[in-house]
Design a protein around this ligand. Structure first.
Ligand code: PAF
Length: 272
């Protein structure tokens, strides 16, 4: 595995690659969720490129940019183990100049995650667009856990006519159901235990739907009931384009929940 630090190094290497390129953009602190994306990229492409860049423009003032877990050495070992070909680890000045053309996410980026973090998705789309421009991937891999991010990136690729295939990847969970996240490290023992109610609420919803309950209001009530003791930020039931719906449509519904544990926000969702 070769570690690349500058955009010139990456661009020079990229010019020599004629085969398929699978790309996994990350902010590091790699866990089994990322590993599953890298493995899928490894299976489906000749060349695999992973990036690690804690992107400042997607953090709001007061968010955890400085505290965001950074584990470069461990991450390099994981990428090596997963047979990544190139690991791109740029510094901020490599990725941003002083004043640049910006990407403005559509209005639906200001609901749900975007309501809690206004402007967050502008920063996500900006950096993903830049990374796509450098890596020129054939396939790019994103987890379904960040469902709204995945939906907006898919739309950006479509709207800008980018010849990139976005590959949505399943959520990876601990054996007790907690969705993997780099932010799980912030949880203390009690919060870690309480956080299980998030996935339990989604399983309860799935069980209701399996019994043919299609009414969104009833399903939301069930989810809130299971998470009764938590500080729930939102429960949303939307279609894949993030429009609110009233009836569950199998094949086109995402149920999303976010709860707070002190300063830590945990997201989870199921795709029906
Ligand atoms: O999902 C993430 O880790 C980040 O939002 C991404 C896509 C790497 C952009 O910084």
């Amino acid at each position: 595995m070769k570690i690349l630090k500058t955009k010139e190094e990456l661009q020079n290497i990229r010019k020599t690659i004629q085969s398929t390129v699978g790309f996994v953009p990350t902010m590091g602190a790699l866990h089994d969720g990322h590993i599953s994306l890298i493995k899928k990229a490894r299976e489906e492409n000749e060349i695999v490129i992973v990036s690690i860049f804690v992107n400042p423009t997607q953090f709001l003032p007061g968010e955890d940019l400085d505290a965001y877990p950074r584990r470069d050495e461990a991450d390099k070992k994981i990428c090596e183990m997963c047979k990544v070909d190139y690991l791109f680890m740029p510094e901020i000045p490599t990725m941003y100049t002083k004043e640049e053309v910006l990407i403005k996410a559509p209005n639906k980026s200001y609901i749900l995650e975007g309501q809690a973090r206004p402007g967050h998705f502008d920063g996500v789309l900006q950096i993903v667009m830049k990374l796509f421009g450098l890596v020129l991937p054939t396939n790019a891999y994103f987890g379904k856990k960040d469902a709204q991010q995945l939906s907006l990136i898919t739309q950006m690729v479509k709207d800008f006519f980018l010849p990139i295939n976005i590959v949505p990847c399943e959520i990876v969970r601990e054996s007790d159901g907690l969705a993997l996240s780099s932010r799980n490290v912030y949880l203390n023992e009690t919060q870690r235990k309480d956080a299980l109610l998030i996935s339990k609420s989604l399983y309860a919803a799935a069980t209701l739907i399996a019994k043919d309950e299609k009414n969104v209001k009833t399903i939301k009530e069930k989810i809130y009931e299971v998470m009764n003791s938590l500080d729930v930020e939102y429960v949303a039931i939307v279609d894949k384009e993030f429009n609110e719906i009233e009836k569950i449509e199998i094949g086109n519904t995402v149920i999303l929940v976010v709860a707070r544990f002190g300063q830590t926000r945990l997201l989870d969702n199921i795709w029906l």
